[in-house]
Design a protein around this ligand. Structure first.
Ligand code: FMN
Length: 261
């Protein structure tokens, strides 16, 4: 879907001859037609989406629409995500606010099936132990593990978000040091949300998975990452196989906000 501003270009304009040439190059039946005597419609694209609500009205608040429209579908088409799209998503993450502007995060991108399998197996092992510890029945454990593994393997791209605390301030007291880390975690959340929104605006579906948080060392080992990185979340990206689910309800604002004059 391409949305943009349209304008009539009359034959007198220089652009007109170029448009006619391009149209005739693409559709040979125009060679016989007198399209050079009629105006052409020129549309300057403002926004391009590769899927979505094609009959949606013009968006007055595009950012708000993306915020409200984004939903995790978690089922992907077998369609490659272009490298440029991945880069745009990472670029959005890079611009998140962070403590002292130090950007205490690093991202690892995984696309090869073999690597995804190794990662899924390492994280699955840990989850199995935890689910068994919680007393889940063997069938439930298998079903949940299978679902999670399938999701990871079917997603064309995995982006691992890691904390990197080395550049942050060091304090002599534990309280301030802990807060420094908390700020870094908060900003990792901001980077993740930037990434989710950018992906959505590019027509990609995303889902946030917290599994790496429970086995950070296994994840760095499997991916051969610097052991100083602390894996926190996985964002999985791909083209959705289905429309987003209906808006999941959210608590109303009056449950979340109080105003104090
Ligand atoms: C910190 C965090 C951890 C999450 N972990 C998981 C996860 O491990 N698996 C999963 O399927 N979804 C996970 N989610 C996604 C949420 O379940 C999902 O965003 C939420 O239900 C709202 O649905 P929506 O994304 O469609 O709006 C996580 C989200 C956040 C913010």
């Amino acid at each position: 879907m391409v949305r943009g501003r349209a304008e009539l270009v009359q034959p007198e304009r220089e652009e007109h001859a170029a448009a006619v040439r391009l149209l005739r190059g693409k559709y040979h039946q125009y060679e016989e037609m007198k399209i050079d005597e009629n105006p052409v419609i020129s549309i300057r694209p403002g926004r391009v989406a590769s899927w979505g609500a094609l009959d949606a009205p013009e968006r007055a608040e595009p950012l708000m629409d993306d915020l409200l429209g984004r939903r995790s579908v978690r089922r992907y088409l077998d369609k490659e995500v272009p490298e440029e799209a991945i880069e745009r998503v990472l670029e959005a993450a890079r611009w998140a606010p962070s403590p002292h502007g130090r950007q205490p995060w690093r991202f690892a991108v995984v696309t090869r099936r073999e690597t995804k399998t190794r990662l899924a197996e390492a994280m699955g092992e840990e989850w199995r132990t935890n689910l068994e510890m919680d007393g889940q029945s063997p069938e439930v454990v298998e079903k949940r593990l299978e679902g999670s593994r399938g999701r990871l393997l079917d997603a064309p791209v995995l982006v691992l978000l890691c904390l990197y605390l080395e550049d942050l301030d060091a304090y002599p007291d534990a309280f301030r040091q802990q807060n420094e880390t908390t700020m870094a975690v908060q900003s990792l959340g901001a980077a993740a949300q930037n990434a989710l929104l950018a992906a959505y605006s590019l027509g990609l579906d995303t889902s946030w998975m917290c599994a790496p948080l429970f086995c950070p060392e296994k994840v760095t080992a499997v991916l051969g990452l610097n052991p100083k990185l602390v894996p926190h979340a996985l964002l999985i990206l791909g083209y959705a196989e289905a429309d987003p689910p209906k808006r999941r309800s959210r608590r109303p604002l009056d449950e979340l906000v109080v105003y104090r004059d």
